[in-house]
Design a protein around this ligand. Structure first.
Ligand SMILES: [Zn+2]
Length: 440
């Protein structure tokens, strides 16, 4: 790709331009903006050998904007929060040269390394060494490289009303370890930011890397010029939400000792998960998953709830609420028969969660087999099995946990191939399953 082909995009810095100038308000002169949008020049990115067997050979993910010449990624740390950081700098509240003091921030429980980390095509959407940087790259950090963790591992207690109900009903019994006498679940809590290795992402979707980079560039409004001008830079820190893993029991036991795994992979639904909205089954299924994970850990296995920030099937909450209105206002009212159609009318697609990347976190946890997969989703199951992890059993949501207004969603999903012990619904069911109207 010739640099001059992209002269126009390189100048998209707009009013800030590459040269120093007085700020319009007459304040301090703006610093020179160093464009990193073309190979060569002063750029000397630190090498990354994705999938290498140890962190030194792999090389650090260097996303700090402080040292533009050594950076080896496109984008910035912290996903979408990088833009809040920009606001903080612009507003004069954050020193742009602040470097994190990582004292005492190391993982509260060790995770890995596992053999899957060294298989380049297994993990392409997160940095497997992301929680170990302050240890693995201590010398480089001491030498002044601003290498930042993209994963943090801590410990917590979960207090969930539904777990209290499970204890009251006798389904769970506090053991003082996994479940305290007060009814709190002890967990390992892991936050993971996305780190995309672009050749691997492209391969996962069966498309060319150039095609992927061009779409990312264009559909983000030209936000990341280097996607098209720096084909030598292969790692992208996308401004999308990350993953939180809640581990019940010994998080290392499945990889180290082959302990049985119970797992719920849950895609964020703020309305239901947090606020108890009854149009879907998200919170009931999530809390059922937590209950299953606690039982698994008490039985000597390990439970994982993987929580992905992919609101409204990754269409976003505005689109999701527009679809709710369209479903409830359509002639004949909200019904299973037209559930997916209404989404597609508004969004153009039924779903943008792209489960193809979802199994990466399971590889990172060293999982090769899931005994109990707490999900009815055929898309999730197929994606996990396609990445070489076997699933012994899918655990459906108990019927009594499905809210009335969520029967439309449940019936539509079963008709579309969701796993159900009762099989697919009849065409009569599809017509009959009606939800509330907007004004009820
Ligand atoms: Zn939901």
């Amino acid at each position: 790709m010739k640099a001059e082909d992209h002269g126009g995009t390189a100048r998209q810095g707009g009013s800030s331009g590459p040269a120093a100038e007085e700020s319009p308000g007459g304040g301090r002169p703006r610093r020179h903006i160093r464009l990193s949008s073309h190979p060569g020049g002063t750029a000397k990115p630190v090498a990354i050998d994705w999938g290498a067997a140890n962190p030194k050979a792999r090389g650090p993910v260097l996303g700090s904007v402080r040292d533009g010449t050594r950076r080896n990624v496109i984008g910035a740390h912290a996903g979408s929060y990088s833009l809040y950081r920009a606001l903080a700098v612009a507003a004069g509240r954050l020193d742009p040269v602040h470097v994190p003091d990582l004292t005492n921030t190391a993982p509260a429980e060790p995770i890995g390394p596992w053999p899957q980390w060294a298989e380049a095509d297994r993990i392409v959407s997160l940095d497997p060494w992301g929680h170990m940087v302050s240890e693995a790259f201590a010398e480089e950090i001491a030498d002044g490289l601003d290498i930042r963790p993209t994963i943090a591992v801590t410990k917590a207690h979960l207090t969930v009303p539904e777990i209290g109900s499970a204890i009251a009903a006798g389904r769970l019994v506090p053991d003082g370890e996994v479940l305290t006498a007060a009814g709190d679940a002890r967990v390992t809590k892991i936050a993971i930011e996305p780190v995309w290795y672009l050749p691997g992402i492209a391969e996962r979707f069966g498309i060319g890397e150039a095609e992927l980079r061009r779409a990312l560039f264009e559909e983000s409004g030209g936000m990341y010029t280097e996607l098209v001008t720096r084909p030598d830079v292969k790692v992208f820190l996308p401004p999308v939400g990350g993953i939180t893993v809640y581990g019940f029991g010994d998080a290392a036991a499945p990889a180290r000792a082959g302990a049985a795994v119970t797992c719920r992979v849950h895609d964020e639904c703020n309305g239901s998960d947090v606020f108890g909205s009854d149009i879907c089954t998200c919170r009931p299924y999530l809390t059922h998953g937590i209950e299953e994970c606690i039982a698994a850990a008490q039985g000597g296995g390990t439970g994982f709830v993987v929580y992905n920030r992919k609101e409204g099937r990754a269409l976003g909450e505005v689109t999701k609420f527009l679809v709710y209105n369209a479903r409830k206002r359509q002639p004949g009212g909200d019904r299973a028969e037209t559930y997916f159609e209404r989404t597609e009318c508004v969004a153009g697609v039924q779903d943008m969660r792209f489960q193809e990347l979802m199994p990466d976190v399971l590889h990172w946890l060293g999982i090769r087999r899931i005994e109990r997969f707490v999900s009815m989703s055929d898309m999730k199951r197929d994606a996990i099995e396609a990445q070489g992890i076997s699933i012994e059993r899918q655990v459906p949501i108990p019927p009594e946990l499905v809210p009335d207004d969520a029967q439309v969603e449940m019936t539509a999903k079963r008709a579309a191939g969701y796993y159900s012990e009762d099989g697919a619904p009849s065409s009569g069911d599809l017509l009959e399953r009606a939800g509330r109207s907007l004004t009820d």
